[in-house]
Design a protein around this ligand. Sequence first.
Ligand code: F6R
Length: 598
Amino acid sequence: MCGIVGYVGYRQAAEVLMEGLKRLEYRGYDSAGIALVDNGRLSLTKRQGELDVLRGVMPRSEARTGIGHTRWATCGRPSDRNAHPFMSCDGKLAIVHNGIIENYAALRGRLESNGHRFTSETDTEVIVHLLEDHYKGDLRQALADSIKEIEGTYAIAAIRDGGQEIAAARKENPMVIGLGVKENFLASDVTALLSYTNKVLYIMDGETLSITPSEVKVFNAEGVPVEREPAVVTWSAEDAQKGGFEHFMLKEIFEGPNAMHNTLLGALDMIENGEVLPRIDFRSVKLVACGSSFHAAMVGKYVMEEFASLPTTLELASEYRYSPGARETPLVILITQSGETADTLAAAREARRRGCRTLAVTNVVGSTITREVDEVLYTKAGPEIGVAATKTFLAQMLAMYLLAIRIGYAKGNLSHDSMRSALSSLRQSSNMVQSVLNRMHEIEEASKMIDSAEHCFFIGRNINYPTMLEGALKLKEISYIHAEGFAAGELKHGPLALLDSTTPVIATAIKGDPTYEKMLANVSEVAARDSPVLGIGLEGDTELARLCERVIYVPKVKPVYSPIPVTVALQILAYHVAKRRNCSIDKPKNLAKSVTVE
Ligand code: F6R
């Protein structure tokens, strides 16, 4: 849950590392630090707090080699002492780490009794002491020997005094090398490298490596050299920057139409070429994911059943691997924008162990999940930096529609014409997203209904039940308002007891949906408890407007596609509420973009 960068070359390492860390802050941001080889000697600077705190205390340095880290605490609270990097007792080696060392207590006990002095409460620190014990002149070999003693998961980067070399190792945490001319880079994520290079080498589980300004060597777990073709990343550095928007989240919401357009084109090609479908078993499917991706899966269940009559079950990735698995399905689809979520990766492995075919829907080319599954369908949303998923969520929903429509056609549920017409509706829905974006200021006004609330309900039915769960998740994660999503029909079974004039309710009622009338009745129930209701409905719906204090209109759309524009309205709403409350929108407290611990 942390970000790692490394640099060896001719530039000022501190600048490259700070720039890379800035791009990786979404992975963790409770502390940050840098280790440099300056005039042959190792120096460490690290601080609790965001990157700017570190920037404020960074001494000037001419170092050309270094490693950096941005942390999201898992073992040991956020503090200067617990921030990475860590240095060996002799001051000659330094490391940074992402992951968890499960046997650290036993290792620490042994190392302390052998005379190693620890300075932090972290699991990570054992690594640098192991490295010190194993170092006999070959840094990568020492790291390879050290990780043999470690149980757990890791991406580790190490440097030594006097050297222009970084050694690194990876297990279940992402790591990529950026290739330059007379310089090389290392990072947890390509976004940290894009200002310098788009030529990358993805590192696989169990591999170790050594990079110098002129050489890159990768070895497998047995110590045998590995040859791999570099990949070229098509995202630009610009794609990963704010481009004039106040926050990444807002920029990424505005990139929604593009994300949909690209996903549509990319996936259509792939599906048309038959790369995914022939091996899909059409008897039933299970969708597995976490967080927002799980909400995309919930929308997926509706559309798989609607377009393809495909019996579909859902499971949270964190629960899947512990479930008895009695009703196993031939196909398991894992949805994860990052492709690095530990729970989803574990679920993918479990699904294969249970003999299921696996298909991943992910946004990151070369991410770990792509190597754990049989098939991959990429969403093409581009890099997403804001911790709250926005455009990637839209792209995931779109991927669900695309798969459902194509499976529906392959199964004979949809005629060729119906398939074409469904695909053209999807194309139009990306224009609809643009119309919702054009209403940004109206939605900003509506956010005043919510910004001082302590609690807030989101209600919807049918295909907009998951949309409202997602709306509630978005609001709670960036504004810290307690927000709950409910299937509106469930209110009377308990939650209604909580409603009064201090709890605003956001209610989506889509004219034409079979549950529309029922939704209006639910809105009346809520209004009768004095809760202020903010309705979301189709343009021109005066019936809904009559029952609500205020309405946000989205363009007229067939109900089955309505989650797309409704989602965007809810994202903008959450954004403005959080902004009015002065919250840290791109980096909400206690959260990280890529959740690589279970
Ligand atoms: C919320 C959010 C998270 C992620 C979840 C899974 O805005 O982004 O709930 O959806 O952590 O992440 P991925 O999709 O990377 O597996």
